[in-house]
Design a protein around this ligand. Structure first.
Ligand code: SF4
Length: 338
């Protein structure tokens, strides 16, 4: 199903809902009544993260959804993530509080575009980052996360061409790490991550010379960060290229007193909870995903009351997409994706 990203929702009754104690009680009551497990992505607003049963990155949450005994999954994240939960849990009801919550990265390639690209490179192996629609995953040989993208591409025989999509910054990172010439990269990007640029990073790093840098490889600055490290402008051991799940692990281990974080700002909430003694600051405090923020307290309440918006994936699409996700899980440690 294509997310109705730009559709206009007519009902505005829930717009004024505030996340107070009464809201929390009502959300918990309705979730129990509906036999629902509440999942929240790391980029959700803090109130949604705090009410959820589980918070994490996209793949970790899909696995929790599949393992859960609950008959309903309420996925507070963007549409492709809820689709992934449905792909891995086809018999469960999957709800997303607002189906308009799309993803500019996932929307940067359609299944038709991918089929045309494949036709230009017959025999190529298609590797797709998890930020893709179910229809694109169904056209994919192996999915990957930012944690295992290098291993997944390295697992493809050296003489086979690879089509890597949709993120060009993650693709550049993989190409650099694997040294492959026959890796073709789709020119997609996330508007949030692309907005975090190298110049900003260099300024912030110079202003805080003792800070570590946590960088998500989808960021436009990932290449710049490695370049700066190579130039000696930033000590190489200060630069950590990490998935969001990897950031949380590193937060618990770091000896640094301050960390500059280059990813969506919602991530700061979990990092600060994980390591309260560390001063986490965003590289760009405007790096906020408007799609993630469509999951408002009111939208969650509406979802639980009305059983909306239900996520459907056609069984034959889900079966093919599941094959690509399972192929990923068999190669290395997939970590958690975005
Ligand atoms: S931050 Fe970017 S990649 Fe992540 S959900 Fe938003 S638009 Fe998509």
């Amino acid at each position: 199903m294509t997310p109705v990203t730009e559709a206009v929702r007519a009902d505005t009754a829930y717009d004024e809902v505030v996340p107070d104690e009464a809201w929390r009680e009502e959300v918990r009551r309705l979730a129990a009544e509906r036999d629902a497990v509440l999942l929240a992505h790391n980029y959700q607003i803090p109130e949604i993260q705090d009410i959820a049963d589980h918070t994490g990155d996209s793949l970790a949450l899909s696995r929790i959804a599949a393992a859960s005994e609950a008959s309903t999954i309420v996925f507070c994240g963007v549409h492709f993530m809820a689709e992934s939960a449905k792909i891995l849990s086809p018999d469960k009801t999957v709800l997303i509080p607002d189906a308009r919550a799309g993803c500019s990265l996932a929307d940067s390639i359609t299944a038709d575009q991918l089929r045309a690209w494949k036709a230009e490179h017959p025999g190529a192996v298609v590797v797709s980052y998890v930020n893709t629609t179910a229809e694109v995953k169904a056209e994919t040989d192996i999915c990957c996360t930012s944690a295992n993208a290098v291993e997944v591409v390295a697992s493809v025989p050296a003489d086979r061409e690879v089509l890597f999509l949709p993120d060009m910054f993650l693709g550049a990172h993989v190409k650099r790490e694997t040294g492959r010439d026959n890796l073709h990269i789709w020119a997609g990007e996330c508007h949030v991550h692309a907005g975090i640029n190298g110049a900003e990073l260099a300024d912030r790093a110079a202003a805080q010379p003792d800070a570590e840098l946590f960088i998500h490889p989808e960021c436009g600055c990932a290449t710049s960060a490695l370049y700066l490290a190579g130039e000696g402008a930033v000590a190489a051991d200060r630069v950590k290229i990490l998935s969001t799940g990897g950031m949380l692990d590193q937060a618990k281990e770091t000896k640094a007193r301050s960390v500059l974080v280059a990813t969506e700002v919602g991530m700061l909430h979990q990092l600060r909870k994980a390591a309260p003694g560390v001063d986490f600051r965003p590289v760009n405090d405007r790096a906020s995903c408007r799609y993630m923020k469509m999951i408002t307290p009111g939208a969650l309440l509406r979802s639980l009351r009305e059983g909306t918006d239900e996520v459907h994936v056609a069984p034959e699409i889900a079966a093919r997409a599941r094959g690509a996700v399972q192929a990923m899980i068999e190669i290395g440690n997939p970590g958690g994706g975005e």
